[in-house]
Ligand binder design. Structure first.
Ligand code: CUA
Length: 177
């Protein structure tokens, strides 16, 4: 019997079991303590009923684009409602135009919910340096809640290759002091 080999084997068994236990505790901690879980179903919408040219006729909540104040008692201060389409994020004020880059102004110290959907293909929605990183899928509603603590300019980008104009799909989120 090679005792040295047995010791090695025992050592690896203990190390494997330790890693499993540590990771399981980490998962439990993230669910119970940090409240992290899988994204819930945020709703569906028929992309054929959505229009960039005439957003007021869109189904709720896409009938009002841009920064929309939340009602009293809601868990967020306001929503940022955007439509993603080849190849821009439409924030309302320049609705219908395909030239301008959306610039969204929101106050610091607030809690915002981004609400998006796509009119055509799969897009990405990433706000650099904020915990916002989502996929925008036609037919599905995407919702991301974030605390806007630090004032500054945050770059918005589509990070899902969506066609020939993919690189033009960006914008700015300005968190004002
Ligand atoms: Cu939209 Cu890339």
């Amino acid at each position: 019997v090679n005792l040295e080999a047995q010791d090695w084997e025992r050592g690896f068994l203990v190390a494997t079991a330790t890693v499993l236990v540590v990771l399981f505790v980490a998962i439990l901690g993230s669910v119970v303590d940090a409240g992290i879980d899988l994204p819930a179903d945020a709703g569906q919408i028929d992309p054929r009923k959505l229009s960039i040219a005439d957003p007021a006729a869109n189904p709720v909540p896409f009938n009002e684009l841009g920064v929309v104040a939340a009602a009293e008692g809601e868990p967020v201060d306001f929503r940022v409602v955007l439509l993603a389409a080849e190849w821009r994020f439409f924030a309302g004020e320049e609705a219908g135009s395909r030239g301008a880059i959306p610039r969204i102004e929101v106050p610091a110290g607030s809690r915002a919910e981004f609400v998006l959907t796509s009119l055509d293909t799969v897009h990405g929605f990433l706000v650099a340096d904020l915990a916002v990183n989502a996929t925008v899928i036609p037919g599905q509603i995407t919702r991301v809640t974030v605390d806007l603590d630090r004032p500054g300019e945050y770059r918005i980008v589509c990070h899902e290759f969506c066609g020939i104009g993919h690189h033009t799909m960006y914008g700015v989120l300005e968190v004002t002091p």
